[in-house]
Design a protein around this ligand. Structure first.
Ligand SMILES: NC(=O)c1ccc[n+]([C@@H]2O[C@H](COP(=O)([O-])OP(=O)(O)OC[C@H]3O[C@@H](n4cnc5c(N)ncnc54)[C@H](OP(=O)(O)O)[C@@H]3O)[C@@H](O)[C@H]2O)c1
Length: 330
């Protein structure tokens, strides 16, 4: 069926400026890591992406190896692109990445210019796009000179195949080096993509300071810790959850009785705030303006409806933040 986006889509969520740039990103963005490969029905994928856009989520995030199998999320998006999105291309911010293993041999992994340039060409073909809005180096590569990796990003922007560039999973010192190197080349770093949630606060230990000082945007990935920071695991592992269906990256043994105790306490606090646990966890990730957008995944459209309402939640009081710290430290 033809898709007509919701006319009120730009009245649903805020758009935040990404660092010191002209680009505004929606406070929530949609990731295509899970639920867009060959194990998810095409109709489900389509309804998630359409729901996102109807809710004002204009940013879709990919990597070369999202699937399964590798490349499949981008390949499927190419079909979605032809059906739903080609008339809305200028309303979308589409990103992809390279940096993890993608194809066999020495040229399909890490951070060489050879890998990054070839990988983006492949991604564009799979997604039926002429350019992506943001291209990322997916993880730091200690064996490739940073100048080479950053020169590849600079070349990609100058060739018109990406409008902006980002880095992901870089530590504070590595990020500073990347920022300085790119700045000298005349291609400012737009954004950093770290993992950040109540259950992973590593970016608070130096990375956020760098991004704040250098005025670089931040997109926090896995803000629900792969779905753990929701109410779904409070009473066991439901059959339709990621831990049960696709445990490659979320193993059931991560959800220990001690963790469930913490989740129950957080859930109580969320209910007192008039939110679900997922909504409170997302609101918490966005409590500091250094985070431009929270990058969520969804296995069904209803999850996005719930998650977008996180943005209506009140600011945290000092007492609520103290209580959350206390629960997380237990
Ligand atoms: N740069 C990197 O290295 C890197 C690494 C990982 C991810 N990412 C990016 O971050 C994106 C998000 O990662 P993620 O999917 O792990 O993030 P997440 O938002 O922490 O978890 C998403 C999952 O949580 C569950 N969920 C979401 N909303 C829910 C709700 N309201 N109630 C109950 N369950 C809910 C769904 O799983 P189920 O319903 O299936 O349980 C959903 O697929 C990825 O798609 C990717 O774009 C980047």
């Amino acid at each position: 069926m033809d898709y007509t986006p919701a006319p009120d889509r730009y009245e649903r969520i805020p758009y935040n400026r990404c660092g010191r740039s002209g680009l505004l990103l929606p406070a929530l963005s949609l990731g295509f890591w899970h639920n867009f490969g060959n194990i998810t029905p095409f109709g489900t994928q389509q309804s998630i992406a359409r729901k996102a856009f109807d809710l004002g989520i204009t940013h879709f995030d990919f990597a070369n190896n999202y699937g399964p199998p590798y490349g499949e999320a981008e390949r499927n998006f190419g079909i979605h692109m032809d059906r739903d999105w080609h008339t809305h291309r200028d309303e979308l911010i589409i990103s992809t990445k390279a940096g993890y293993d993608m194809w066999p041999g020495p040229y399909g992994d890490h951070g060489s210019k050879k890998y990054l340039i070839a990988s983006l060409d492949q991604s564009l073909k799979r997604m039926h796009l002429e350019y992506v809005d943001i291209f990322y180096h997916h993880r730091p590569d200690p064996d490739t000179p940073i100048e080479e990796t950053m020169a590849a990003l600079d070349q990609i922007v100058r060739s018109g195949k990406a409008l902006y560039v980002g880095i992901s999973n870089y530590g504070p010192e590595q990020a500073k080096l990347a920022i300085d190197t790119l700045r000298k080349m005349g291609t400012p770093l737009l954004i950093h993509q770290p993992s950040y949630s109540m259950l992973n606060r590593l970016p608070e230990e130096g990375l956020f300071d760098v991004l704040r000082k250098e005025q670089v945007g931040c997109i926090a990935f896995a803000p629900l810790r792969n779905g753990v920071l929701t109410d779904k695991y409070l009473n066991g592992i439901p059959a339709d959850s990621r831990a049960a269906r696709d445990p490659r990256y979320l193993k059931a043994d991560f959800i220990t009785p001690q963790l469930v105790e913490k989740l129950k306490k957080l859930n109580e606090l969320a209910l007192k705030r008039g939110q679900t646990l997922a909504q409170m966890a997302l609101r918490w990730v966005l409590r500091d303006k250094v985070v431009t957008t929270a990058l969520v995944g969804a296995s069904r459209p209803e999850q996005l409806e719930e998650n977008v309402r996180a943005l209506d939640g009140a600011d945290f009081s000092a007492e609520e933040l103290r209580l959350i710290d206390e629960i997380l430290a237990e």
